[in-house]
Design a protein around this ligand. Structure first.
Ligand code: PLP
Length: 416
């Protein structure tokens, strides 16, 4: 007999949910770890029942009987989707082959007759920016700053899209304010940098929350995935797009994501402790001209940390004296940190947004959002922060050897 689902009786804390969500039917199934169903097709049984299930699935619903075919529904993926939905306080989750596939599905699902306009708040991850800027999906896009949403929204606006914190400058958007400005237009928040441990955008009025699950949700640098948590109504539209376009998450990837979920909160908070320390020390370093981190004094003018976010997270960015050349020397000199794009892994990753993740963003947009040639982004991992700091300090020293170092007296304005 299936045990009562505790999640139906009281709202459990997030730490408990990370451990138990999506596992409610394990006892009934007699398993303890997420089972992996690799079937591509399923025995259909009586035709009338199978046909009814097909009907439901093809229109983005849930199976009423046999899953029919894995592009339409996979139980391993569905279990992970349910888990993530419960962490975000959503009715449903819909998982995709990547974060970009998730954004593509959102843009396609948001499209209605006569509504082809998207308002996008910059900065965004370079790939998201390029998808919107390039017009591949046929949308007309207005790029705005956070306070420009209201003026940009039109009668034909289908969606407002934003990231907070924004990649790579960690700029924050007040989600409640953005929802007010959107004035009824559905708002999508890319919350990849935060995870539901630190931010749950649906609680502030967003219609959809999107994650590149490749990052913290996967957490170990071995899965490419995306997921959207939202209402059942939006999820139905998203699943329909997924059925038609085929960008579904592979069940092995869903297994890895579900397997990693119980340690999510521990990973996120431990990495955050390291990032705080790193940001504070970088802010005092003579080779560093600015630091971007929501946890530093003066970096959160709207007071979002504590209200919208449970913490500043573990991504930070900083500008190094000496521009592109010096930034390149830092990347070459690090020994523990890995010079690589991506973020949210167990190890610390450092990269140069203007040259890599945001290379495809138009020059003017990079300049206006502060993605300079001297900017480096760090995703702090789970190593001992003192080891990380020693590594970064020696790399900065090497980078500075060819540049006149700033004096300590010059650094008072660094925590801007
Ligand atoms: N959103 C953000 C904030 C990202 O950083 C990324 C990738 O770096 C994406 C979306 C795209 O995700 P994926 O690489 O999983 O397609």
């Amino acid at each position: 007999m299936m045990k009562p689902n505790p999640m139906q009786h009281r709202r459990l804390s997030l730490d408990t949910l990370t451990v138990h969500a999506g596992r409610e039917d394990f006892a009934e199934m007699g398993v303890h770890a997420p089972p992996i169903d690799l079937s591509t097709t399923y025995p259909t049984g009586p035709l009338a029942e199978a046909s009814a299930s097909m009907d439901a699935l093809a229109s983005g619903g849930r199976p009423t009987g046999s899953p029919i075919y894995a592009r339409l529904h996979n139980p391993t993926v569905a279990r992970y989707e349910a888990a993530l939905a419960s962490l975000e306080g959503a009715e449903a989750g819909v998982a995709f082959a990547s974060g970009m596939a998730a954004l593509t599905a959102v843009l396609l699902a948001g499209r209605e007759k006569g509504k082809n306009h998207v308002v996008a708040v910059r900065p965004l991850y370079g790939g998201s920016d390029a998808l919107l800027e390039g017009g591949l999906l046929g949308h007309e896009v207005s790029f705005v700053a956070p306070d420009g949403i209201r003026a940009a929204v039109r009668r034909d606006t289908a969606l407002v899209v934003l990231e907070t914190p924004g990649n790579p400058t960690l700029s924050l958007v007040d989600i409640e304010d953005a929802v007010r400005q959107a004035d009824g237009v559905p708002l999508v928040v890319d919350s990849t940098f935060m995870t539901p441990v630190l931010q749950r955008p649906l609680e502030f009025g967003a219609s959809m929350v999107l994650h590149s699950a490749t990052k913290f949700l996967g957490g170990h640098g071995d899965v490419i995935a995306g997921i959207v948590a939202t209402s059942e109504e939006w999820a139905t539209k998203l699943r329909k797009v997924r059925v038609l376009t085929g960008a579904l998450l592979h069940p092995m990837a869903a297994f890895l994501l579900h397997r990693g979920l119980p340690t999510l909160a521990v990973r996120v908070r431990t990495a955050q402790d390291g990032a705080r320390m790193m940001a504070e020390r970088l802010a005092r370093h003579p080779q560093v001209t600015s630091v971007h981190y929501p946890g530093l004094p003066g970096h959160d003018p709207r007071g979002l940390v504590g209200r919208q976010m449970a913490g500043p997270g573990s991504i930070l960015a900083f500008e190094v004296a000496g521009g592109f050349e010096a930034a390149g020397r830092v990347l070459e000199a690090v020994q523990i940190m890995v010079s690589a794009v991506s973020l949210g892994a167990t190890d610390t990753l450092i990269q140069h947004p203007a040259g890599l993740t945001h290379h495809c963003v138009p020059d003017e947009a990079r300049e206006s959002t502060g993605i300079s040639e001297s900017l480096l982004r760090i995703s702090v991992g789970l190593e001992d922060p003192e080891d990380l700091w020693a590594d970064l300090a020696q790399a900065l020293e090497k980078a500075g050897a060819k540049e006149p170092a700033r004096t300590a007296a010059d650094t008072s304005a660094l925590t801007r």
